[in-house]
Ligand binder design. Structure first.
Ligand code: PLP
Length: 405
């Protein structure tokens, strides 16, 4: 299947109509929920609803929500949509969370044709449950799909899938301060066969959800400079959110842990000198302080992930009177800037960890520190602003909040 073959929702219309009416009757039979999915008209793909007959009892759910950790517990349901060369995207379903059964020869197990996304649903202080810029995740998902020779999913379908799952599992959206429901959409190649001459002709899109507390347990993180490993090279898959990037990164992350650091920092593939990003977060450098503070993040060279949090901060900085730019910084400049006091704060940002200060940097040739044990003032202001928009205590001037319920 070509990347564009599956983007045309028209091919799915007939089956969509059939499954929509089936969905309505199944829904009525299988659940006491009065809702049926009317999103099919908007997305071109409808969803048959097969709610779980045995969702986790409320008491058990409350026990999990009291201390959710990150990515360890999952809600009662998931969304699946299939794609074939003949039918395009079809067979959208909301169904109980559970195992996916695939033949051992399925191509994702061998050739790692897989992409994913990560975003959160927030229970805002005034009641609504919202997502932050889900269309941006949908767009990035499709850019990843193109790079991995996978079919694109219509953005409206991607967003509708999230809405359906969050609506069904709304009791799983945490109420505790700073907690949220992490959403993990992903797509895998499902062709059963070992031929490697062309991409899989069939795919499965899935969304699962997991209640999330803070990603890092406490305080600023320490980072290890990966001088022996490369995450991504020019022309590679670094800017795609594909599982293989993370598989190739675990050795670097293990090296970081072995050196007593929390996270790995990836450097450029050619000179192993220019700072790119962290294992699962982008980096920002704060220069100067007070009214002369400005922020800089490594430019998108094609080898790092274009983070949605990164993008938001490039806008929120100037909103707060803090100039923001994309640039580049070498390891030597990082160290010299911290030693001279020119660099006053460094922080990592991403959906999971929000904004986390970096305090200690270690590499093969030595270590240094930046700032103190507490987050610096610029880091704190940006974090407050971002969380304020996400949780609804501050206005949303850029229209980033997408109301789900
Ligand atoms: N860089 C990498 C490698 C990531 O995995 C992530 C998380 O998705 C990020 C950066 C931050 O991206 P975002 O802000 O969209 O979560």
């Amino acid at each position: 299947m070509t990347a564009s073959a599956a983007t045309d929702g028209a091919a799915t219309t007939a089956s969509a109509a059939a499954s929509e009416s089936a969905a309505a009757s199944e829904s009525a039979a299988a659940t006491d929920s009065p809702r049926t999915d009317t999103g099919g008209a908007r997305t071109g793909i409808s969803f048959a609803r097969h709610p779980s007959g045995s969702p986790l009892p409320g008491q058990e759910r409350a026990r999990i929500l009291a201390s959710p950790g990150f990515g360890v517990a999952f809600t009662d349901h998931m969304i699946t949509i299939r794609c074939t060369a003949e039918r395009g995207w079809h067979d959208g379903r909301l169904e109980p969370y559970g195992p996916i059964s695939l033949p051992p020869a399925t191509s994702v197990f061998h050739y790692a044709q897989e992409i994913f996304e990560g975003l959160k649903a927030y229970r805002q202080h005034s009641g609504p449950i919202v997502a932050f810029r889900p269309q941006a995740n949908a767009a990035r998902f499709n850019r990843s799909a193109v790079r991995m020779a996978m079919p694109q999913l219509p953005e409206a379908t991607f967003v509708r899938a999230l809405e359906l799952l969050v609506t069904q599992d709304r009791d799983w959206v945490p109420t505790a301060e700073g907690h949220s429901l992490y959403l993990r959409p992903f797509m895998i190649a499902t062709h059963p066969g070992l031929g490697v001459s062309r991409p899989s002709p069939s795919y499965l899109f899935v969304v699962i959800a997991s209640p999330a507390g803070p990603y890092f347990s406490a305080g600023p993180v320490s980072v290890w400079l990966a001088e022996n490993y490369t995450r991504a090279a020019p022309g590679g898959t670094g800017e795609a959110k594909c599982g293989g990037n993370y598989a190739g990164g675990f050795a670097g992350q293990q090296e970081a842990l072995a050196h007593g650091c929390d996270q790995v920092v990836w450097l450029d593939a050619v000179e192993h000198r220019w700072v790119e990003e962290m294992g699962g977060m982008n980096l920002f450098f704060v220069y100067g302080s007070g009214r002369s503070a400005r922020i800089m993040t490594p430019a998108l060279t094609g080898t790092l992930l274009p983070g949605i949090t990164r993008d938001a901060l490039l806008t929120l900085g100037p909103d707060l009177g803090i100039p923001a730019e994309e640039g580049r910084i070498s390891v030597e400049q990082w160290r010299a800037g911290c030693e001279s006091g020119e660099i006053t704060e460094v922080f990592a940002c991403g959906t999971a960890a929000v904004i986390t200060p970096v305090a200690t940097i270690k590499g093969a040739t030595g270590s240094w520190t930046v700032g103190g044990a507490e987050p610096g003032p610029v880091t704190s202001r940006l974090k407050e602003q971002l969380l304020g928009i996400q949780f609804g205590s501050l206005p949303d001037p850029h229209g980033w909040i997408h109301k789900i319920i």
